[in-house]
Design a protein around this ligand. Structure first.
Ligand SMILES: [Zn+2]
Length: 161
């Protein structure tokens, strides 16, 4: 994706109040992020373990989504990320829930997905971060990227309603 700024990131959130958008923790190391290898920007709030965020490009511009991370169960189960299909054991995959945008969200509706706990799907896909084990499949990296982008777009569509 194209490098983005803190201002663009804050302006992109679709499921936050204005106050939440102003306060949320945007990464301080934006200049050092490996943008060319990112299909989306995802991060955890270093000060609040239950908060995660992702920002992705779409036809209509950047779309940012605030996520709630479900507490870990501590069991060493194997789980698969629903975006990049990387399999992790234990805490490597988390259930993340997004309040839906607009009125649906104000009425308490949300959408959940299992996502790599560090939101580094793009790096797992490209073999730049090691998950220990990947699906044994013959897809090329561009094909995996395309699939992940499609999975993410489907998730964002659900959040946007
Ligand atoms: Zn993933």
């Amino acid at each position: 994706m194209m490098p983005t700024t803190e201002t663009e990131i804050r302006a992109s959130f679709v499921n936050c109040t204005k106050g939440e958008t102003k306060r949320l923790a945007v990464p301080r190391d934006l200049a050092d992020r490996p943008w060319a290898d990112l299909d989306f920007l995802g991060w955890r709030d270093p000060a609040a373990d239950e908060r995660a965020y992702l920002v992705a490009e779409s036809d209509t511009g950047l779309v940012g989504v605030a996520l709630r991370v479900a507490p870990q169960t501590g069991r060493a189960r194997r789980n698969m990320c629903s975006l990049c299909l990387t399999t992790h054991t234990g805490d490597g995959v988390s259930l993340m829930t997004a309040r839906k945008a607009g009125r649906d969200g104000r009425q308490g509706n949300s959408v959940g997905a299992y996502i790599c706990a560090d939101l580094a799907c793009s790096l797992y896909l490209r073999g730049k971060r090691d998950a220990g084990r990947r699906l044994d499949e013959t897809l090329t990296v561009p094909q995996k990227v395309e699939r992940t982008t499609a999975n993410l777009a489907a998730f964002l569509r659900k959040v946007l309603g």
